[in-house]
Design a protein around this ligand. Structure first.
Ligand SMILES: Nc1ncnc2c1ncn2[C@@H]1O[C@H](COP(=O)(O)OP(=O)(O)OP(=O)(O)O)[C@@H](O)[C@H]1O
Ligand SMILES: [Mg+2]
Length: 373
């Protein structure tokens, strides 16, 4: 991306190895403990580094692991055919490293094997997800050193679109079945819309198949100020660029300790050939363009989100002050439930955070954009 410079820390793609990851030793230890339990949730605000942590952790395990990025279905469609295609690809890439895994699929109706690739045929009705999980469990228990394998879902909140309707599947039921019966399988779920994921899983909802089950949670937090400065320092040093403390402070002022934005700012400064106040202004404009694209999609769903976010960005932190501000802008009285619903949705999308009863926007660049709308 940046001509002539090999990006390491400022590489904008999710990191895949612990050596590439800045900090997070504590979180890796917590994940290591958590995979002793059947289901782990990896939670945190947008761009905080959940995918990077998950991938780096998985690749550091001496245990087979399957990584499924559900966003593929967002493009291809939430059908059994596409899910089976995703599973075939992900399991095949696991088999290319853990060849013994292939044996557990031999002789099963609907499974095609060619070399070290498997193909699960979605048209074969007997080839259910529970059949596949049972086979993986047999392999995990008898064919691996640790006696378990990890199956991870990124953007797991999208699993909800596979539920309901003909030929569809409720993943909560499938995970609950594995939880109760398949000791060799460990699941890790993460996603950028944390509240939506939690709502879908329904751990506290008596009607959910997962109700009442213990689930481990690992939280990924923003870096504190000094760590953020260190992050930037290291990235610029790798690119052999000298950057003053003033500039580093100005970037952290803009984006707080959100690694996704620190990486973006670092990468863009390198691309523009320098890190000056002017460059930061230009990068901020670009970053605000990304924020705009994401938020305007959301505002198509309800224009009330726009008003609520503007109120919170301008400092309204309590429920009643947000309601008052929004009523002024829309020019009418609003039902309490309307505001509560908007705030709940914005919180579940990880855009707004509620801390000690006060609302705030999780991402300073989103706050900056909302102040101007
Ligand atoms: N600990 C880290 N060390 C180095 N780079 C990181 C770290 N965490 C995140 N990044 C960088 O920040 C960016 C965002 O990271 P990542 O995609 O992992 O975040 P995320 O929480 O999964 O985001 P989203 O909520 O959008 O899914 C990437 O460019 C990644 O390389
Ligand atoms: Mg992610």
């Amino acid at each position: 991306m940046v001509s002539g410079v090999i990006l390491l820390l400022f590489d904008p793609r999710p990191k895949e190895r612990l050596e590439e990851l800045f900090d997070r030793e504590e979180e890796v230890k917590l994940l290591m403990k958590a995979v002793a339990t059947p289901v782990t949730l990896l939670l945190g605000v947008r761009r905080v580094g959940k995918t990077s942590l998950l991938k780096s952790f998985l690749n550091s395990l001496g245990t087979p692991h399957i990584y499924l990025d559900l966003r593929i279905l967002e493009d291809r469609g939430y059908s059994r055919a596409q899910l089976y295609r995703l599973l075939s690809d992900s399991v095949s890439s696991c088999i290319s490293k853990w060849k013994k895994m292939l044996e557990c699929f031999r002789g099963i109706k609907g499974v095609g094997i060619s070399g070290f690739k498997v193909e699960f045929d979605w048209r074969e009705e007997a080839l259910t997800l529970t059949t596949l999980l049972n086979k993986l469990n047999e392999y995990a228990v008898s064919g691996t050193e640790g006696g378990f394998i990890v199956i991870s879902f990124d953007e797991a909140q999208l699993l909800r679109f596979l539920a309901g309707g003909k030929g569809r599947m409720d993943f909560r039921r499938i995970i609950a079945y594995a939880y109760d019966n398949l000791r060799g399988l460990r699941f890790i779920l993460t996603g950028s819309e944390v509240g939506v994921l939690l709502h879908f899983l329904g751990l506290d909802d008596a009607s959910s198949p997962l109700y009442g089950r213990y689930v481990s949670t690992v939280r990924v937090e923003r870096f504190p100020r000094e760590r953020s400065i260190e992050f930037l320092n290291r990235g610029f040093r790798e690119a052999k660029m000298n950057v003053s403390d003033d500039i580093l402070n100005a970037i952290v002022e803009k984006v707080d300790g959100i690694p996704g934005w620190l990486t973006y700012f670092g990468c863009m400064c390198l691309e523009s050939g320098g890190a000056s106040k002017e460059a930061i202004r230009a990068v901020t404009e670009k970053a605000l363009g990304i924020v705009e694209g994401e938020l305007e999609e959301l505002f198509k769903r309800s224009s009330q989100y726009r008003h609520v976010l503007k109120a919170v960005s301008l400092g309204a932190a309590s429920w009643s002050s947000i309601k008052k501000a929004v009523e002024v802008w829309v020019g009418r009285r609003l039902a309490n439930a309307e505001i509560t619903r908007s705030l709940n949705t914005l919180t579940s999308l990880s855009i707004v955070e509620k801390i000690d009863g006060e609302y705030r926007i999780a991402d300073p660049l989103i706050a900056e954009y909302c102040r101007k709308i």
